[in-house]
Design a protein around this ligand. Structure first.
Ligand SMILES: [Zn+2]
Length: 238
């Protein structure tokens, strides 16, 4: 058996490994798990954002409470002074009344904002519960599927190891120089070897000089396609 035939067999084994690796990656359950993991992560981000907003709202509530209290106090003080007649001139009374009105407006505005925040907070709270529930559900689903997937993954890994062993066994029959060449091309493209058919490289479909077929027949020399660089191959039967 020529080295090129052994190398061709090696490529078949190599392809079985690569194909199976792709199959593992595209395994539907794995895709589903990745999607769920993204959903959980997204919802965690939303939850964190909502918690942040809630903390800011609490700070604002505190601020508004203090503002309301201060306005109430100012209002009461001026009212008391007016009642006790401590102001001497009409201008002073006028100023006091205007300060009272100002304090009253501030009080009203603080109360209005407070009321708005309270009704808004109920909505936020509901949304928060909803998001947390969805996140918990996605997490549960993830955990459940992960158990199923882990078992499947164990089987897949065992099969992949088996295919890799087969590849290594076939590879051990190939001389080092051929294998080095194969691996160098392998890092650029796959498949590495392409059959020559009707003077065409089946790797890139480029027409090659008709002398190429003659050159390949019975030869164990590496001939690369002048267009794509793949190792051209013809089996002995061809
Ligand atoms: Zn080619």
């Amino acid at each position: 058996m020529r080295q090129l035939d052994k190398l061709w067999n090696y490529q078949q084994a190599d392809k079985r490994v690569t194909d199976y690796e792709t199959e593992i990656r595209q395994f539907p359950l794995r895709q589903q798990l990745l999607k769920l993991r993204n959903i959980v992560a997204d919802q965690q981000t939303v939850v964190r954002g909502m918690e942040n907003d809630a903390n800011k709202a609490l700070d604002r509530l505190e601020e508004l409470g203090a503002q309301r209290e201060k306005a109430e106090q100012t209002f009461a003080e001026i009212k008391k002074s007016l009642e006790e007649g401590t102001f001497e001139s009409a201008a002073q009374v006028h100023k006091a009344v205007s300060q009272m009105t100002d304090a009253e407006n501030k009080l009203k505005s603080a109360e209005k904002e407070l009321a708005k925040m309270v009704s808004h907070s109920k909505m936020i709270e509901n949304r928060y519960k909803e998001v947390r529930m969805k996140a918990a559900k996605a997490r549960d689903e993830y955990t459940r599927l992960k158990v199923v997937y882990d078992k499947e993954f164990e089987k897949q890994t065992a099969k992949l190891e088996e295919l890799k062993k087969e590849r290594a066994a076939v590879g051990s029959q190939v001389e080092a120089g051929y294998m080095e060449r194969y691996k160098a091309i392998r890092s650029q493209c796959f498949p590495v070897m392409a059959k020559l058919k009707d003077d065409q490289c089946t790797g890139c479909n480029m027409s090659l000089p008709s002398a190429t077929a003659k050159q390949l027949q019975g030869s164990d020399e590496i001939t690369e396609c002048e267009n794509c660089g793949r190792i051209l191959y013809m089996s002995d039967a061809e």
